[in-house]
Design a protein around this ligand. Structure first.
Ligand code: ADP
Ligand code: MG
Length: 480
């Protein structure tokens, strides 16, 4: 398209992440998802007069954790502000949020693009409470309101307008989700709404430095939809401008069924939220000692761990990044390295049979039943030539998933141990040679490639148990 060479897209993302605390941000109500509607709603959640909120320390800790994971500056003197607006699922008539003192400032998140790494700059991360949920499709005549979610702690992670394509946005949300899960502060479940993303999109002529008028697209409930919505929006804006129109500032919604966006409301220049410090909550100070303590408790972050795996275990960039896709997988790899030094084999098991098993059963690594030491034993059996990989994967692995026997015991009881005994293998070799006299002739006349056919035949006769090295040696002797 000519026009996309003429224009540059500018994108800024706002991600709301629910913190996985047991209770809400300002009271003891459960923050759990999925309960019967309106069962987690004390007088504090409902904002009844005379009730006093109290800040959940865990939520502050989690926000700081994410801030440190993103190299943000942690703001030590904080207060909560009331952000006023009317919404049926906002019982208090205001949302308790942060205004001039977001708990984290600046920082950035590294993403991998084709060749390069880009740091997506953050503007801030602030703490706030979630609103309730309006449900429009339960009743023909009424909107139902569930206030269980009202008051659940959120962090809002806001980027600078520094992204320039839907692909960058895709990588960024993927990375933020991975980080949140890695440090265990949010489950990252976009379907259940624990992670929500709004995309701010504008276009401008290439080379222009002023920002164009932006549109904010809401309701992006998967990372793929973030990407799609941005593409749709960029195309829509270019078309408007190319046809001599101007983009107006709007809030729009993404319709995933039709791959289009539609206007929710035109946005006035500045919303008047009448922010003021919440008089019910005392300002809070975060000490440097506390920040240091959290810093020390952070696990090695995915990129650093991936680097470590490359340097320490000689893994390729690709293998290392696959392992570090989620923390449980990386931990399982590290646990297995305690018992086996065949690091490449461990990776192959994890990214091969183990991943396949988990995908097929809709499970994640935490549910994986085989102990790291057992996997290491299985790898040793293969390295010692007692079984081959295909038999191990096809026959022993499935038994290991549901039994406490060792790999060796299973191999013995299923009669799978490889035969290296020359006498026994010799019989299969003789038989194979005898069954293909014409191929023997051809081989002797120089068609050395036929060796594989003989090896295959012995494999068949021995049901895969003949040690391939002994087989090859014997065949070469006999055929020459
Ligand atoms: P608002 O007050 O409307 O929420 P903010 O200035 O707080 O706007 O920015 C919200 C998000 O929109 C940020 O991620 C920011 O980077 C992004 N943003 C702001 N202006 C633009 C623009 N012109 N084009 C694209 N993104 C923008
Ligand atoms: Mg906004």
């Amino acid at each position: 398209m000519i026009s996309s060479e003429k224009y540059e897209a500018v994108i800024g993302l706002e991600i709301h992440a629910q913190l996985q605390t047991a209770s809400k941000l300002f009271c003891g109500d459960s923050a759990a998802f999925g309960a019967l509607p309106n069962t987690h709603i004390s007088a504090i959640t409902l904002g009844h007069p005379g009730t006093l909120p109290k800040t959940n320390q865990k939520a502050i800790e989690y926000a700081i954790k994410m801030g440190l994971a993103c190299n943000c500056e942690i703001v030590q003197d904080n207060y909560f502000a009331r952000k006023h607006y009317f919404y049926p699922d906002l019982p208090k008539g205001y949302q308790t949020s942060q205004h001039t003192t977001p708990i984290c400032k600046g920082g950035g998140v590294a993403i991998s693009l084709d060749e390069a790494t880009k740091i997506v700059e953050l503007n801030r991360i602030h703490l706030e409470e979630d609103a309730g949920k309006s449900i429009h499709d339960w009743d023909d005549h009424f909107t139902c309101i569930d206030l269980n979610r009202a008051g659940v702690p959120l962090i809002e992670i806001v980027t600078e307008p520094c992204l320039h394509s839907s692909e960058e946005a895709y990588q960024y949300v993927t990375e933020v989700r991975k980080l949140l899960q890695w440090i265990d502060v949010c489950d990252g479940n976009m379907e259940e709404g624990s992670l929500r993303c709004d995309a701010n999109v504008s276009i401008r002529l290439k080379g222009e430095t002023e920002l164009g008028t932006k549109v904010e697209v809401k309701n992006l409930n998967s990372i793929r939809n973030v990407k799609k919505a941005i593409d749709v929006e960029i195309a829509r804006m270019i078309e408007i401008v190319e046809n001599g129109g101007i983009v107006i500032q709007q809030t729009r919604s993404f319709d995933a069924d039709n791959d289009s966006t539609f206007a929710l409301r035109d946005k006035e220049e500045a919303n008047d939220y009448r922010y003021f410090p919440c008089p019910d909550l005392s300002p809070f100070h975060i000490t440097q000692d506390y920040i240091n303590e959290i810093q020390q408790s952070l696990p090695k972050l995915p990129r650093i761990l991936a680097n470590h795996c490359q340097l320490h275990y000689g893994l390729s960039t690709y293998d290392a990044s696959q392992l570090c896709d989620d923390k449980d997988t990386a931990d399982y790899f590290l646990a297995t390295t305690q018992y086996s030094t065949n690091y490449k084999a461990i990776v192959n098991w994890i990214t091969g049979p183990i991943k396949q098993y988990l995908n097929e059963h809709g499970k994640s690594m935490v549910d994986f039943p085989i102990h790291a030491e057992t996997l290491a034993n299985l790898i040793s059996l293969i390295d010692e030539g007692k079984i081959n990989f295909s038999i191990a994967a096809a026959k022993i692995f499935p038994v290991l998933l549901q039994s406490k026997q060792t790999p060796l015991q299973i191999a013995e009881s299923l009669n799978l141990l490889q035969v290296s005994d020359t006498e026994e293998i010799n019989q299969w070799v003789e038989k194979a040679i005898a069954s293909m006299p014409d191929k023997v002739d051809a081989y002797k006349k120089g068609k050395k490639g036929l060796l594989g056919v003989f090896v295959g035949e012995v494999k068949k006769l021995s049901k895969g148990k003949a040690d391939p090295k002994v087989v090859t040696d014997l065949l070469q002797q006999k055929l020459s």
